[in-house]
Design a protein around this ligand. Structure first.
Ligand code: BTN
Length: 262
């Protein structure tokens, strides 16, 4: 299906029985995460989904912006009111990353993996990212979590400045990929994983291409090198350095370092 011929009509009907029963499709917004977070603070129930054709100020991890060509990406945020302890919140973003990879496999027939913490890659190129933002009450109680996902779906080409780093579903599949089908598959996959949250960490580790890799961890006070050896229950990446220390990385950027063959 040509990307611009697709219609969002009928998405709701395909999601009957899922928790995601309030899907709103907008043309141009600042950020779908911002919209859903505001709705959450105003009392909207779990299940709200906001999809946009284009974002002027998409939000990325670590305070970055998330830019994408208009009409070529799946830009979606969902509202969750999960009954989980705050120390298990990262299971939601793990579930979202897994759901994106599964949706891309079923709709585009493209094999995607995860890079810590929640990038979705094809090979070493980024296909999608996940950003969760929480609404936490003054006393620390979790009121809502907004999980936002940006998937590069139908791009004419990867912009020069992103060329070695990014890809899109159509460029991997060799054909246009329906954002509607991808959205429905993603929401179904996410719903299923949220219903079986205990299984998520093991599935996540299984799909995490970072494990076993040499990595460069970029932290505000400088980078260091090591081998990614695990992810602990708090979602931290465990990195073993050359001097035998294990460093727990809670936030930061991780680069998969290419190892040269002997
Ligand atoms: C990352 O930095 O990798 C996470 C990017 C998340 C982008 C998505 S696009 C839809 C949703 N709305 C936003 O403003 N951000 C997320």
């Amino acid at each position: 299906m040509a990307a611009d011929a697709e219609t969002w009509a009928g998405v709701r009907a395909q999601l009957v029985g899922s928790r995601f029963d309030d899907v709103r499709v907008l043309d141009e917004v600042d950020s779908t995460n911002r919209i859903v977070l505001d709705e959450a603070r105003a009392g909207a129930p779990e299940g709200l989904v906001v999809v946009a054709n284009h974002q002027r100020a998409g939000r990325g991890r670590l305070g970055r912006t998330w830019a994408a060509p208009p009409g070529g990406s799946l830009l979606v945020s969902v509202l969750l009111r999960p009954d989980v302890a705050t120390d298990r919140l990262h299971h939601l973003t793990m579930a979202a990353g897994l759901a994106v990879a599964a949706a891309v496999a079923s709709v585009a027939r493209v094999d995607a993996v995860l890079k810590w913490p929640n990038d979705v890659l094809v090979g070493e190129r980024k296909l999608a990212g996940v950003l969760a933002e929480a609404d936490v009450a003054g006393g620390g109680a979790l009121r809502a979590v907004v999980v936002g996902v940006g998937v590069n779906v139908n791009w004419d080409a990867v912009p020069d400045e992103l060329a070695p780093l990014a890809t899109a579903c159509n460029l991997e599949a060799g054909r246009a990929v329906s954002r509607v089908d991808l959205l429905v598959a993603f929401l179904r996959e996410l719903d299923g994983r949220l219903r079986a949250l205990d299984a998520v960490p093991a599935d996540y580790r299984e799909r995490l291409a970072t494990l076993g890799r040499q990595v460069r961890v970029e932290l505000p006070d400088g980078p260091f090198l090591g081998r990614a050896v695990g992810v602990d229950d708090a979602g931290r990446l465990l990195v073993e350095t050359d001097d035998g220390q294990t460093v727990e990385v809670a936030a930061g950027d991780v680069v998969h370092v290419r190892t040269t063959s002997p």
